[in-house]
Design a protein around this ligand. Structure first.
Ligand code: GDP
Ligand code: MN
Length: 380
């Protein structure tokens, strides 16, 4: 899960990394109040889950509450790389003497966290890595040993920091960043820029923070930071109902049980000359309620023209799935044609249930390929 800058900074703060004081605002009036409250110059920052906000005009300095309100008015609703700005972070402005870059990510190849640090911050790190690799200090941390003071020194000397006051502060921040990374089960933490103010204070001016989704159960406070408004409505519903859902750009909605079967179903739809609009994986369970939830989510996608159900019953029983389909059809008005292929455990019982009920928009097909062909035809 990616966090907004203000959420990442909240976590930085918890681990002791210096950040500026700020307030969240969702309207120009709130931005004005925040600026009044903070006093002095503030910076109005678009909160979107993408980078390059500065270049896109989503970050503006304001000398007065009036100006903060005007900037907020201009930035709210702005589209930054396809992300609509709904929230602003109003922060006490900092004076900047220098901009550095510090990140800690998970290097899967080495199976270790990797620090990267350079004095050339504020810009694209990929550019520094490609053009001036010697300016970029890289350091892996052995997760069993943890981050050691000698490693902090290596990182700092490696990037050419020679001011002792800066060295001390950056060593602490690196240590705190490591604690934040491990303590929140992050896969990425990035401070770009890490600034030095004219009076020599080092602090995080930006934050990029990604937490491992599979570890969120250990961090309910972070899990709660998820902003459901940032997702399309059907993805929101899928998360709430705990259904695996992926949006694609064709016209056939796909429902299957198990990742392997779902992937093959996508291939078979393509083989039949169609394109999947999305897919839902019912997983191993596939009880009636799960089917109802998944159908509801798939049906909510306006691009769907037909729905292809492909179930191979193992642990999942086909009669239970059939009951789910019939229950879903009773509960909601699904106008799209539904093509069903059931095989495996209790397949005959399942097909019989569907034949007996015989809803008008339901088509039962004997094989996966027949079902895919039918679904593609019906979507045309
Ligand atoms: P990004 O463009 O999405 O990476 O957003 P950042 O938070 O990194 O801000 C981009 C740039 O805006 C920074 O590199 C700074 O140059 C500038 N900026 C952000 N906050 C301040 C501030 O408090 N004071 C000043 N003077 N500039 C700032
Ligand atoms: Mn930045």
């Amino acid at each position: 899960m990616d966090l907004y800058e203000y959420q990442g900074k909240e976590l930085f703060r918890r681990f002791g990394i210096p950040v500026s004081d700020g307030r969240l605002a969702t309207s120009p009036e709130e931005a004005r109040a925040a600026a009044q409250d903070l006093e002095g110059q503030v910076v109005v920052k678009a909160q979107v889950l993408t980078g390059g906000r500065g270049k896109a005009g989503g970050i503006k300095l304001a000398d007065s509450p009036d100006e903060a309100e005007a900037h907020a008015h201009a930035i709210l609703g702005m589209d930054i790389n396809g992300h609509v700005v709904r929230k602003l972070w109003i922060e006490s402005a900092s004076d900047i003497e220098r901009e550095y870059y510090l990140s800690l990510t998970f290097d899967r190849g080495e199976k270790k966290p990797l620090f990267m640090f350079t004095k050339e911050g504020g810009i694209d790190i990929e550019e520094v890595a490609a053009e001036r690799p010697e300016a970029l200090a890289r350091l892996h941390v052995d997760p069993l040993e943890g981050f050691q003071p000698y490693q902090a020194r290596r990182l700092i000397y490696g990037a050419g920091i020679d001011d002792p006051e800066e060295q001390k502060q950056i060593a602490r921040i690196a240590e705190q960043l490591y604690a934040a990374f491990v303590g929140t089960d992050a896969t990425l933490t990035e401070i770009n820029p890490l600034i030095v103010t004219p009076d020599g204070q080092v602090k995080a001016l930006d934050s990029k923070f990604t937490v491992d989704d599979n570890a969120l159960y250990k961090h309910p406070d972070i899990a709660e930071m998820r902003d459901l408004d940032a997702y399309p409505p059907e993805e929101r519903a899928a998360r709430e109902k705990d259904v695996t859902y992926v949006k694609l750009d064709g016209e056939v909605g796909v429902l299957g049980n198990g990742a392997g079967l779902v992937m093959s179903t996508l291939d078979v739809v393509a083989l039949a000359g169609g394109r999947p609009a999305n897919f839902c994986d019912l997983g191993g369970g596939g009880d009636a309620q799960g089917v109802v939830d998944a159908l509801e989510i798939i049906g909510a996608d306006p691009q769907v023209k037909s729905i292809l159900f492909n179930i191979f019953g193992g642990i999942t029983r086909c009669d239970e799935v059939a009951r789910g389909i019939l229950q879903a059809l009773e509960q909601m008005a699904i106008e799209d044609p539904i093509v069903v292929r059931l095989d495996g455990t209790n397949a005959e019982e399942g097909r019989q249930l569907l034949r007996d009920a015989a809803p008008p928009n339901l088509h039962v097909e004997p094989t996966m390929l027949d079902a895919a062909k039918r679904a593609v035809e019906l979507a045309a």
